[in-house]
Design a protein around this ligand. Structure first.
Ligand code: G6P
Length: 504
């Protein structure tokens, strides 16, 4: 039983490990979420005094939080003690939709473009105040849960202010922050209002250790600290040597070689932990009957048994570059008509952040472009693009297994786990077309066909190259990709961070 100020490990994130829904009779159901953090935290075992603090994301979550009192039961929440914060819905919407997803996400993914350029006006000032309130609510809850000297792991851009706010409340804690996104280079980051840019950096520098998915994003963060705050950045010799070679820079376990940012007399260590795929879980899960059933259904939609498949699986997310991927596929069919009737593009694009008009429009655009390809090229026995827009994990795994080619072409992506998961699960080996702007590129580039995500013609060529790759080469590359992709599975990724934080 976890009591106040008793948790030795506390995780904080906007989206928690469990989501609730109402049943027809007014009851509540709980569904455990996926993702690296959920399986990572389970690595410390059910006996550890751990609490996960997250936000209630909708009315059903709010109701569950109200009914539970202070904390949801570990059983109800899928194995972890969860504290779900009931933040007033207006504050939550302004912080989550307004600041986190419309501004910080856009800045780190370099997504602003005309006519979507930001203008920071009175509305933003109001949203920013909500973002501060939301971060303070997390800091309050964390201060209540954490035992003396406990390790607190704060996640992502939603909670950039929380580390510094928590340090004010509880200077005894070991505080870590982890960014699951890329980090913007200084020239782009400075597009934020000066006070906002400084507040975001200062907030994260409230942590003892700030960690990133790749060396590239960590370097961008330290560059922003130097340029925006005038902070001092120092490097251990060993670490610079490795990072110069484009590697992960150290073993990620917090050795002395880590970069450090010193600002206003405090020093924050900077770490890199490249989250990998959970090979064991994926292999087992993808063999279950719900997946094999879906393989059957997808095969029917693909038609002819000798057809090749180009698979992509994403949230309908602007940074995933789904539309340019479809344009590249169209160009393949136009420029190399020999592929007509012989290939099917299986695009699983699951609705995401539909409260934002720009995401709704993007989801509609994906459907429009796919339909147009089908209208222009389709024949009675061949649908060139099979698009699914409803979230279904078993169907994603089925598509992974069927993939001959995986298309992962984000404009910019913190890591991209799909690029790591498909080679692990694919039945017959799969050629990976990979954007050089995905974090996964640092680990997978050698065995992928790599592309500039803006270059539609180069992507069409890459699809052709991947589709014509010989079976032997494809199998060999897939084996190497799968090994690289599972180098740091979620449990080890999580424990490495915890160990490094405790070692600070
Ligand atoms: C990215 C972010 C996560 C976020 C996820 C889904 O991976 O780094 O923090 O949870 O997208 O986005 P959502 O807005 O649905 O939580």
């Amino acid at each position: 039983m976890v009591t106040e100020r008793s948790a030795q490990v506390v995780v904080a994130s906007n989206r928690g490990p469990v989501a609730h829904a109402f049943t027809d009779d007014g009851g509540l159901t709980a569904r455990r979420g996926g993702g690296g953090l959920v399986s990572g935290l389970s690595a410390i075992g059910p006996d550890a005094d751990a609490v996960w603090v997250c936000a209630a994301l909708g009315d059903a979550d709010r109701e569950a939080a109200r009914r539970a009192g202070r904390r949801l039961d570990a059983g109800d929440a899928g194995g972890q003690a969860v504290r779900m914060l009931d933040i007033p819905s207006e504050t939550f919407a302004a912080a989550y939709n307004g600041v986190a997803n419309s501004v910080l996400w856009f800045v780190h993914h370099l997504l602003y473009q005309t006519p979507l350029e930001p203008s920071f006006d009175a509305e933003f000032t109001r949203q920013w105040a909500a973002y501060e309130t939301y971060n303070a609510a997390f800091a309050d809850a964390l201060a209540e849960e954490a035992a003396d000297g406990a390790a607190v792991l704060v996640q992502d851009y939603h909670l950039a202010l929380t580390p510094a706010l928590l340090r004010e409340r509880r200077p005894d804690l070991r505080i870590g922050h982890f960014s699951h996104t890329p980090w913007a280079p200084p020239d782009y980051f400075r597009l934020l209002p000066d006070a906002t840019a400084a507040a975001v950096l200062r907030g994260i520098l409230g942590a003892d250790r700030a960690a990133f998915l790749t060396r590239r994003w960590a370097d961008a963060f330290t560059a922003c600290c130097a340029e925006v705050l005038g902070a001092e950045v120092t490097y251990g010799e060993a670490d610079r040597g490795e990072a110069g070679g484009g590697g992960q820079g150290g073993d990620g376990r917090g050795g002395d070689g880590e970069p450090r940012v010193t600002y206003e007399g405090r020093t924050t260590r900077i770490g890199v932990h490249g989250l990998g795929a959970d090979g064991e879980f994926l292999r087992e899960r993808s063999r279950r009957t719900d997946v094999t059933e879906r393989i059957g259904r997808l095969r029917e939609q693909i038609g002819g048994t000798d057809r090749h498949t180009v698979v992509r699986v994403d949230r309908t997310e602007l940074s995933k570059n789904i539309v340019r991927g479809l344009h590249a596929y169209r160009e393949l069919l136009t420029e190399r008509p020999e592929w007509r009737e012989r290939v099917v593009h299986l695009a699983l694009a699951y609705p995401s952040r539909q409260d934002l008009a720009v995401y709704r429009d993007y989801t509609a655009e994906v459907a429009r472009v796919a339909e147009k390809i089908n209208a222009d090229f389709g024949t009675p026995g061949w649908t060139p693009v099979v698009l699914h827009v409803k979230d279904d994990f078993a169907r994603s795994l089925a598509a992974y297994r069927l993939a001959d080619v995986a298309l992962v072409n984000p404009i910019r992506d913190g890591m991209n786990l799909v690029a790591k998961e498909i080679p692990v699960v694919s039945d017959a080996g799969c050629a990976l077309v990979l954007s050089r702007e995905a974090g996964a590129y640092e680990e997978l580039a050698d065995d992928a066909v790599t592309v500039n995500p803006y270059d539609v013609t180069a992507t069409a060529h890459a699809l052709h190259e991947a589709l014509t790759m010989g079976a032997e080469e494809r199998t060999a590359r897939t084996a190497r990709l799968a090994a690289a992709a599972t180098a740091l599975p979620p449990a080890e990724w999580f424990l490495a961070q915890l160990e490094a934080l405790r070692g600070v």
